[in-house]
Design a protein around this ligand. Structure first.
Ligand code: 3HC
Length: 304
């Protein structure tokens, strides 16, 4: 079972990052924006990301052009009929993903591998919704997808061994390190990471330290590449809240309770870096703590 052509469903920050990773590695990719919208804008975002690599001397202009030429953009699911692997990276919502996987399955050929990039939804329950669960597994990428080495390879007891093997080889071909995990919601990373991020937000809420202090403490005290609040903003506060809600429902564990500050920011549309504002405000030259945090004094003064 060899993989040559790939389709990535979803052109958000994860989907487009996965598309870039696959295309740079030499795979032909069709990037599908199944909800419609401006495909030219999606292409421009990919070109911009590749241009950054060229400017840094990490990619030649020739390789950028060849990479872009390997990517096709589509507004419907038809092109999945012609690929060996479909990576679904749509909105993190069970009903949406279940419907999408069924729609994809109706169009792919029998040998095509169906992978979901779900971060926290129960793959076992998604497997119950498809006709060929032996072809289904999770390929869970990390943000920023072009940088992060890990792919969690989530398998159910129905996933065929040949499918797991082919997916593992594929991860290696695109320069990632696959780690096989059982398809429990959150796998390993998000099961551990989400309570940490929520706890950091609660620590901020409780007035123990300001956002910059919390991040700096964890960066310098634990040698993390970035602090938990910047990381939550990078992942997207809506994504963090959705993962927490799913994990709490699935694992019945209060460690995944969504703090009220997180809920408030998400409801206000302040979703983190992608929205220009979350726990930090990214609209200026340097990120600064957002004024919407309404921190208890004296932390409020620190955010002025
Ligand atoms: N997209 C693409 N490239 C990016 C990027 C982005 N969003 N952010 C940074 N980079 C690149 C830079 O261009 C730079 O590339 P270069 O080495 O070729 O010049 C490189 O990454 C290093 O960037 P910087 O020097 O600007 O900054 P840092 O050294 O601080 O690295 C970071 C930035 C890679 C984001 C680093 O801080 C990091 O590793 N943070 C932790 C990220 C993390 O934990 N991700 C996992 C989140 S959990 C998840 O995704 C699960 C999901 O289910 C929610």
């Amino acid at each position: 079972m060899s993989i040559e052509k790939v389709a990535v469903i979803g052109c958000g920050q994860m989907g487009l990052g996965i598309t870039e990773v696959c295309a740079v590695a030499g795979f032909e990719v069709v990037a599908i924006k199944a909800t419609g919208g401006d495909l030219e804008k999606v292409r421009a975002r990919l070109a911009k990301s590749l241009d950054r690599r060229v400017a840094k001397g990490k990619l030649s202009a020739e390789d950028r052009d060849a990479t872009l030429a390997r990517v096709r953009f589509a507004g419907d699911l038809e092109p999945v009929a012609d690929v060996d692997l479909v990576i679904e990276s749509a909105l993190e919502d069970f009903a949406i993903k279940a419907d999408l996987l069924q729609a994809i399955e109706a169009k792919i050929s029998e040998g095509t591998i169906l992978a979901s990039n779900t971060s926290s939804l129960p793959l076992v329950k998604l497997a119950e919704r498809v006709k060929r669960p032996e072809q289904l597994l999770a390929l869970h990428f990390f943000n920023p997808a072009v940088i992060m080495k890990l792919v969690e390879l989530g398998v159910t007891d129905k996933t065929a061994p040949g499918v797991t093997e082919a997916a593992r080889a594929f991860c290696q071909q695109i320069g990632k390190v696959p780690v096989e995990v059982s398809a429990s919601p959150g796998y390993v990373v998000n099961r551990l990471l989400v309570p940490y991020l929520l706890h950091a937000i609660e620590t901020l809420e409780s007035g123990i330290a300001g956002p910059e202090a919390i991040d700096e403490a964890m960066r310098l005290g634990c040698a993390h590449p970035m602090g938990p609040l910047s990381l939550a903003d990078l992942i997207g506060l809506d994504v963090v809240a959705a993962m927490a809600a799913t994990l709490q429902a699935e694992l019945r564990d209060s460690r995944y309770r969504v703090p009220s500050l997180l809920r408030r920011l998400v409801n206000a549309g302040e979703l983190g870096r992608k929205a220009g504002k979350g726990i930090f405000d990214y609209t200026g030259e340097q990120p600064v703590p957002s004024r919407s945090l309404q921190l208890p004094s004296p932390l409020a003064n620190a955010a002025e």
